[in-house]
Design a protein around this ligand. Structure first.
Ligand code: F6P
Length: 561
């Protein structure tokens, strides 16, 4: 239980009041002035962990406000909470579970048992089974009903059973086995599955049903449809039903349900309920990634995360990168008033990182009730959004530069390209660095005026255009740089954000490992399904829903007439 949850809320602490005073003091200090301190500032606001270097000098902080933030982290008992996490304590207090994703990369304390099961042994057994299967598929030793190797992998999953593997497979595409085609289907909308299967030869397709609970409506609907598709193909090939059972695999914590679905035990790759869905990439949920990059590559992903685990456990708070990432976000959100956070990876291979971090951050900390049931009393997780650079520069950077909103940005870049075409990577890096500088420094009216004059415009034109060329600046950002995008640097990057989220939750007093907020909509949808199907508006209480069902029914009636 967080110290605040037991004693005082963060918002009621002396640390919080001190930070309010720092925000009042710094609120009107432009980043230009802070950056005028030059190299000394950059050096003092640099933090590194594993392969990652982070520059916080373009954040609207100074040494005393940073010290106050660190005091807040200390007062929240971060070190103690961290030790509870790594010791396998039941930190997921509302579901009475441990959260042992760190064990999946060998970082948990030794000897942890959960309900009589030795965690390390259990994980080793799961990975041994997974490894055999992965290498057999990659070597073409596992064939489909026509005897041909399985070369199309279709992962059916959603949320944590999709976003992590999907993001990582794209991120590491430079390291993937070229003859394997990885496909990801998440949506209940049949368009997702149908458009995917159109490109998959049934005889060469391996279907992975990825679901921790094996009860998620979207995934089960897709699994049933794929099963029908596969059976239809087997029949059309004149073969008896059931010859394609080894073309189904499952990663799940609910083995009984997977068996009931008809998946053979040899193709069920279990993980435990002490692995949260959005923290499960490191488990058998990572099967698609392991198929793409091999078990050695997967081991490098785990090693990258383990290096950050070690850093998080051993670095003093003053030099602890996940702690800094967490505190800077809290500073921008709770003291400077930001409401969203833009993730801007200058790496096309990391284009799905913002979507992955949306679930990790917003499903973990998008809460307003603390672990002990009392209100948090302050804004918590930001709205996470973003796009790979330079693509985003041609859509929303106008708002970032001149929209007048405070939107902290994280720039992520690599010194070397993962696909090295001449004349591309240096320009990509130049854009990344230029955008963070322009956002921070801005351009004054005087500067815009003199630029226009120097370009030869007449005074009337200068006066007319200059206001449109002013950039307020002062938009804070952090820049994260690593040498290359590899399985190791990706694993480290993800672990940095897992621990950032954990630190924020500890300070806000939240439980980052449950997600009660996703249940209500599901219950309402189950109630509405028969009405939507029948076009009936009774007995729906709210007029808006009734009207929508009536419109849908009327439009469908047109189709039949
Ligand atoms: O979004 C709610 C959620 O429970 C996520 O936490 C989870 O990752 C996702 O649905 C899928 O759940 P499952 O892996 O059990 O299908």
């Amino acid at each position: 239980m967080s110290e605040f949850a037991a004693e005082t809320r963060a918002v009621d602490s002396a640390c919080w009041q001190a930070l309010r005073r720092h925000a009042e003091r710094l609120g009107s200090v432009p980043l230009r002035a802070l950056l005028a301190e030059g190299d000394v500032r950059v050096e003092r606001l640099h933090c590194a962990a594993g392969p990652w270097h982070a520059d916080f000098s373009k954040q609207r902080i100074d040494e005393s406000s940073l010290a106050a933030l660190l005091a807040l982290a200390r007062a929240a008992g971060i070190e103690g909470r961290r030790d509870q996490l790594f010791a396998g304590e039941r930190v997921n207090v509302t579901e009475d579970r441990a959260a042992l994703h760190v064990a999946l990369r060998g970082s948990a304390d030794p000897g942890i048992q959960v309900e009589g099961v030795d965690v390390a042994d259990d994980i080793a057994g799961s990975f041994a089974k997974l490894g055999e299967f992965v290498e057999a598929v990659r070597a073409g030793r596992i064939t489909g009903y026509s005897g041909r190797p399985l070369r199309h992998i279709v992962n059916l999953g959603i949320g944590g059973s999709d976003l992590g593997p999907r993001m990582a497979v794209r991120a590491l595409r430079a390291h993937s086995l070229p003859e394997l085609r990885l496909h990801f289907v998440a949506n209940l909308d049949g368009a997702d599955l149908a458009s995917t299967l159109a490109h998959c030869p049934a005889a060469e397709t391996l279907v992975i049903v990825a679901s921790k609970t094996f009860t998620t409506q979207e995934t089960l609907a897709n699994a049933r449809s794929v099963r029908a598709w596969l059976e239809q193909a087997v029949t059309a090939a004149g073969l008896p039903a059931g010859v394609a059972t080894n073309q189904f695999a499952s990663v799940t914590a609910n083995l009984d349900r997977a068996r009931e679905f008809g998946i053979p035990d040899a193709c069920i790759f279990p993980f435990r309920d002490w692995v949260g869905g959005r923290y499960s990439l490191w488990s058998s949920v990572g099967l698609p990634l392991a198929l793409a990059i091999g078990m050695n590559g997967f081991a490098q992903l785990l090693a990258g995360a383990a290096a950050i685990d070690h850093h998080f456990r051993s670095a003093p708070l003053e030099a602890n990168l996940p702690v800094w990432l967490a505190l800077i976000d809290i500073w921008n959100l709770d003291f400077l008033g930001a409401e969203s956070h833009a993730m801007l990876p200058y790496s096309d291979s990391l284009a799905l990182l913002p979507a992955y971090l949306q679930q990790l951050e917003m499903e973990s900390n998008g809460k307003s009730v603390r672990a002990d049931g009392t209100p948090v009393g302050c804004p918590t997780a930001p709205v996470i959004w973003g796009e790979a650079g330079t693509v985003g520069q041609h859509s929303f950077y106008q708002l970032l530069h001149q929209g007048g909103r405070l939107i902290p940005c994280d720039f992520i870049a690599f010194a070397e390209a993962d696909f090295d075409l001449p004349g591309h990577h240096d320009a990509l890096l130049a854009h990344c660095l230029a955008q963070s500088a322009a956002l921070a420094l801005g351009k004054t009216l005087a500067e815009a005026t003199s630029e226009l004059s120097a370009a030869g415009h007449d005074p009337a034109t200068v006066a007319r255009l200059a206001p449109h060329k002013v950039f307020p600046g002062n938009q804070p950002s952090t820049t994260l740089i690593a040498h290359r995008l590899t399985a190791e640097s990706l694993g480290a990057l993800i672990a940095l954000h897992e621990h950032k989220v954990f630190v924020q939750a500890a300070i806000w007093g939240l439980n980052p490992f449950d997600q009660w907020g996703v249940e209500y909509g599901k219950v309402l949808a189950a109630r509405l399904l028969p009405q939507v199907a029948a076009g009936r508006t009774d007995p729906i209480e709210d007029a808006s829903t009734r009207a929508a069902i009536a419109i849908i029914a009327a439009l469908r009636a047109r189709r039949r007439s």
